[in-house]
Design a protein around this ligand. Structure first.
Ligand code: PMP
Length: 419
């Protein structure tokens, strides 16, 4: 049928204004007109079930968040060098979800800014400069953070101070993922130190999203964290993706592993779409850094941003979303595992409402199947994406308010498409 004329015209305008920086999903991109809960309504008159977007984590246009932002915006909004209650109500409620040692919060506007600050904190605290990250990691877009985001390298490898380890994949490390991954981290540290680079820290997304979603067995990260600390480095947990209840087992991905990070970074779901992100660390790490540099971020921690984020924390509690992530996630994983017995699926991995479905055949990874499904599911009115080093892992990451009925719609459609 070809692309609808109004969509084609918008794509042209977009190319003209945004040039090579413009990235769009789908050959015929969706034009959004409104969204609610787990659904996005498009200009084609259809309501799409959203299994892609983790930013609107408590549901698209959650009335509580909308009202909190509207109200605060109408009262006052200003930078954080004045006193106002909502920032403190938020900080205290958020920090109460953390281990007692992690008692200071720095607010930023994006996950990238959070990771950028985390790198600086770790360098100051360790006296080192080298970082270990996973091979297909993404941690953000500043110049320093791009260097520790191998998935962003379009050509060439990492700079000398960045060393990569494989993802914690049982297919690589066998039954002892913990030991295998820890050994890989130890070898990476030894390699950088042999090159005269002092180790500063291990930075990982605690559910390894862009590597292809690796969650199990819980606890496997512990050995690698011990290796990093023994070598004088810090452990930075990037919770931008797993954080705020997505794994269905408490608020943070790192807690599934029984580890206490030195630095935690957050973003994406924190304001349900209003830009707010942050770093949590121990007071001495922050004080030591601030003695040298200080930190100010104009828009960060504003009254409106913290009002949005406070409403998100309240909605997670009131709507019982962590329990929902666990319950609906179990149903999703169980159905996908049944499907895997009859389809070219080589693994179903993840926790709660973050599931990766890896496609492969005898010839190896099968990104074309994942790609076919992404387009096929769109025709079925379902939005979804892919991850992993080969792009062969369907990444299932819906708002946490999805139901078992929504999951059935997804898996029924996958069954039909794969059949
Ligand atoms: N860390 C992880 C794990 C991410 O997935 C992302 C964003 N995709 C970021 C950091 C960067 O966040 P932002 O886009 O808000 O800068």
């Amino acid at each position: 049928a070809g692309i609808a004329p109004d969509i084609a015209a918008l794509v042209e305008r977009r190319k003209k204004s945004f040039g090579a920086g413009s990235v769009l999903f789908y050959d015929e991109p969706l034009k959004i007109v409104r969204a609610e809960g787990a659904h996005i309504h498009a200009s084609d008159g259809r309501a799409y079930l959203d299994f892609y977007n983790n930013v609107p984590t408590v549901g698209h246009c959650h009335p509580k968040v909308v009202e909190a932002v509207r109200k605060q915006m109408g009262e006052f909004n200003i930078h954080s060098r004045y006193l106002f209650d909502v920032a403190h109500d938020y900080a205290e409620k958020l920090l109460a979800t953390y281990p007692a040692s992690l008692s200071n919060l720095v607010l930023t506007c994006t996950g990238s800014e959070s990771n950028d600050l985390a790198l600086r904190l770790a360098k100051k605290a360790s006296g080192g400069e080298g970082f270990v990250v996973t091979k297909t990691a993404y941690h953000g877009n500043t110049s320093a953070v791009t260097e520790v985001s191998p998935s962003s390298y379009k050509q060439g490898g990492p700079p000398r101070h960045v060393r990569m380890v494989p993802p914690p994949d049982p297919a690589l490390f066998g039954n002892d993922v913990a030991q295998g991954f820890a050994d890989a981290v130890a070898a990476a540290i030894a390699g950088m130190e042999a090159d005269g680079i002092r180790f500063a820290g291990l930075l990982v997304d605690s559910i390894f999203s862009s590597d292809g979603v690796y969650a199990d067995p819980p606890g496997f990260l512990k050995a690698a964290v011990e290796v990093a600390r023994k070598a004088g480095g810090l452990f930075i947990a990037d919770e931008v993706q797993p954080g705020f209840g997505r794994t269905g087992e408490g608020m943070w991905g790192f807690s599934r592993h029984g580890v206490e990070p030195d630095i935690v970074t957050m973003g994406k779901p924190m304001g349900n779409g209003y830009p707010i992100a942050g770093v949590v660390t121990r007071p001495e790490i922050l004080a030591d850094f601030c003695a040298d540099f200080g930190y100010f971020n104009t828009f960060a921690g504003s009254p409106v941003a913290t009002a949005a984020a406070l409403a998100v924390l309240e909605a997670i509690e009131e709507d019982d979303l962590i329990a929902n992530a666990a319950h609906v996630g179990r149903h999703l994983a169980a159905r996908l595992k049944r499907l895997a017995a009859r389809a070219p699926i080589t693994a179903v991995r993840g926790a709660g409402l973050y599931i990766g479905v890896e496609f492969g055949t005898e010839e190896g990874p099968a990104p074309e199947i994942a790609k076919g499904l992404i387009n096929g599911l769109r025709r079925h009115g379902i939005l979804i994406g892919a991850a992993g080093g080969y792009g062969n892992v369907l990444k299932i990451r819906p708002p946490l308010c999805v139901t078992t009925d929504h999951v059935d719609q997804l898996v029924d459609a996958m069954e039909e498409l794969l059949g």
